[in-house]
Design a protein around this ligand. Structure first.
Ligand SMILES: Nc1ncnc2c1ncn2[C@@H]1O[C@H](COP(=O)(O)OP(=O)(O)OP(=O)(O)O)[C@@H](O)[C@H]1O
Ligand SMILES: O=C(O)c1ccc[n+]([C@@H]2O[C@H](COP(=O)([O-])O)[C@@H](O)[C@H]2O)c1
Length: 217
């Protein structure tokens, strides 16, 4: 049995078991959590952990957007990848960052990313995680029907956004917007963001944070 990694240039070289492509029952199951991750927070970690714990997937890939389809202004892709990697450090290795959206390029539409991933990894069964807040945006997504043909879509109940047919209990009431607001007010959002993620943000001076003048070697 060989090993298999989330992508050729995975930002973290964690590997999971590889299944035989000829035996669908042994296919690797991977859930994708796409997002801006500006910054990643404990809500993302809880969402990924819930899916990993209950939905029979071996890995969850965080997929930071390269070009946001709706033109959101974000910190650089590289810094968001670094923060996602720091979030992944909170797990035993089943949570990984995928930089696939940089590779796919284009308008950052999820259907295009999925087409790319399905072609690259014929031996993987993909699920797509979305929070229930996203449901209101779906009419503006490109080809959501096609997405549903390629992946099982898991709609998690994001606290504050009740909707029919969500999976699981309400998850944390936390957002990147709330984190950015706290940082802008000079607060330390240490209850919303893992310390390792905040460290990356501080060291890089993201979200208007002052870059420390002296950093330990
Ligand atoms: N607290 C949460 N509970 C459940 N799902 C979440 C939560 N936070 C984010 N998600 C889901 O994670 C995905 C990526 O979210 P995103 O990176 O845009 O974070 P966000 O907190 O919604 O950011 P922002 O406040 O900047 O809009 C989306 O599918 C979103 O619904
Ligand atoms: O495919 C689309 O048309 C589409 C439109 C808007 C958003 N998305 C994706 O939805 C995910 C969550 O988006 P957001 O705005 O909550 O960060 C992220 O992976 C986006 O690329 C996808």
């Amino acid at each position: 049995m060989g090993t298999w990694c989330c992508r050729r240039r995975c930002s973290r070289s964690i590997r999971v078991r590889r299944s035989s492509p000829s035996n669908k029952r042994l296919a690797v199951k991977v859930a994708l959590l796409g997002g801006s991750f500006n910054p990643p927070h404990v809500g993302h970690l809880m969402a990924a952990t819930y899916v990993h714990a209950t939905q029979g997937v071996e890995a969850v890939w965080l997929m930071p957007t390269f070009h946001h389809p709706f033109g959101k202004q974000l910190e650089s892709f590289e810094q968001r990848v670094r923060m996602c990697d720091a979030l992944c450090q909170e797990t035993s290795g089943w949570l990984q960052t995928s930089q696939v959206e940089r590779e796919v390029g284009g308008g950052g539409r999820t259907v295009d990313t999925l087409e790319f991933l399905v072609a690259r990894h014929p031996d993987i069964d993909f699920s797509l995680i979305i929070g229930s807040d996203i449901l209101r945006d779906l009419p503006h997504w490109k080809d959501f029907d096609r997405i549903q043909q390629m992946a099982r879509v898991l709609v998690l109940y994001r606290a504050g956004y009740p909707a029919p047919n969500t999976v699981g209990p309400p998850l944390a009431e936390v957002s990147s917007t709330q984190v950015r607001e706290q940082l802008a007010r000079g607060m330390e959002p240490s209850e919303l963001v893992p310390a390792g993620v905040l460290k990356v943000a501080r060291e890089a001076g993201l979200f208007g944070l002052a870059v420390p003048r002296f950093q330990a070697e």
